[in-house]
Design a protein around this ligand. Structure first.
Ligand code: PEP
Ligand code: MN
Length: 375
């Protein structure tokens, strides 16, 4: 788990905060795994040597086995050789992926992100559910009660809505955030909601437990950098026509700028196919699991645009090893202000949750088995 040591290490070693763009882009990254129970002096000596070579210590993680992340520009081979010969060092390697800190090379364990009582990316399959938009107190409270009773852990609902038409409902904004807070107080559900602009990050972070970055904003680099400075987990949705590499590079922005708690979301991409609203790239889940340690969530609602397809795609997401789902649910989808056609009503959501259970049971066994195998 990316724990407090990630930030604590940076402060203690005075590395001057997160890496700058040039360090990540043009520069090189390395990781140093220390031996089990390496001493503080040995760790400090490695950090000192890193600085002698003109590199920066980006992060220091782990309690028993410390892993040091290094960025910068310089003679990487000489630096690696020198560090590998130092006492307490087990291995020093260069990260070859263009995305450094989010790559599996950097971290072989899965990142687990604690949100209230739940671990995203751990051995619990996470359900985020709720309406596309927060529309009214009655709508959000009714939905929150229903999805909590059916087993969801997070309530979704947009207060700031990215709409294709400027004439469509843009969201209740602050009023919507307050309603989400009320729903959390009533049900205990954690809140995930979208933030569209860097100007609103602080405000939304006051009300939300997870900040959602919509597909249309996946490459809003100013926003991504601001999220790096924010202490809330971020769920980054894949852009409408973004490659997996671009998604990971966007996640890298957030992590490189200081926020390690990023969740990725496959929500379908635009293709020539018109039978569904988007084309769900279901293979993105295992691809991401190979390339990154970050949790991966599937959004079957935006991926299909059609409520009848949501349960089947949800089952596929569980079976293929996603960490959870984000699903649109509305007490009366026919009256929804946005995305009614893809929203489940409450009985449909309840029935989907029941039908997912056997799949989730198998998912859990394999997740726990995986943890045992790597222990
Ligand atoms: C949403 O979650 O309601 C949304 C707008 O999603 P996306 O950014 O994936 O289109
Ligand atoms: Mn929506």
């Amino acid at each position: 788990m990316l724990d407090l040591a990630f930030n604590k290490g940076r402060e203690e070693h005075g590395t001057g905060g997160p890496g700058k763009d040039w360090e990540i882009g043009k520069g090189k990254a390395m990781i140093v795994s220390m031996r089990l129970h390496a001493s503080r002096d040995e760790i400090d000596a490695v950090c000192e040597r890193v600085r002698d070579f003109g590199y920066k210590v980006h992060s220091i993680e782990g309690e028993e086995r410390v892993v040091i992340g290094i960025v910068g520009v310089g003679d990487v081979t000489a630096c690696l050789e020198s560090i590998e010969a130092m006492p307490g060092v087990e291995k020093a390697v260069r990260i070859s992926a263009p995305y450094k800190f989010v790559s599996r090379e950097f971290r072989t364990d899965r990142t687990i992100i604690r949100v209230d009582r739940n671990d995203i990316g751990g051995d619990e399959f996470i359900i985020m559910a709720g309406p596309c938009s927060v529309e009214s107190e009655k709508q959000i409270m009714e939905t929150a009660d229903a999805v909590a009773a059916a087993g969801a852990q997070l309530l979704r609902g947009g207060a700031f809505k990215p709409r294709t038409s400027p004439y469509d409902f843009q969201g209740l904004e602050l009023e919507g955030l307050k309603l989400l807070r009320k729903a959390k107080a009533a049900t205990g559900l954690s809140i995930i909601t979208e933030v569209m602009s860097d100007r609103d990050v602080e405000l939304v972070a006051e009300y939300a437990d997870v900040l959602q970055i919509g597909a249309r904003n996946m490459q809003n680099f100013v926003l991504l950098k601001t999220l790096g400075k924010c202490n809330r987990p971020v769920m980054l949705k894949r852009g409408l026509s973004s490659t997996i590499k671009e998604l990971l590079m966007s996640a890298e922005y957030i992590v490189a700028h200081g926020n390690p708690n990023v969740i990725l979301c496959e929500r379908g991409i635009r293709t020539f196919e018109t039978a569904t609203r988007n084309t769900c790239d279901i293979a993105a889940v295992p691809v991401l699991n190979e390339l990154t340690h970050l949790p991966v969530i599937v959004d079957p609602s935006h991926a299909t645009g059609k409520r009848s397809l949501v349960p089947a795609l949800s089952r596929a997401a569980v079976a293929i090893g996603a960490d959870g789902l984000i699903v649109e649910v509305h007490p009366c989808p026919g009256k929804a202000i946005s995305d009614g056609a893809q929203s489940l009503d409450v009985p449909q959501f309840q029935s989907m949750m029941r039908s997912l259970q056997p799949y989730v049971d198998i998912w859990k066994q394999s997740r726990v088995g995986e943890a045992v195998a790597t222990a």
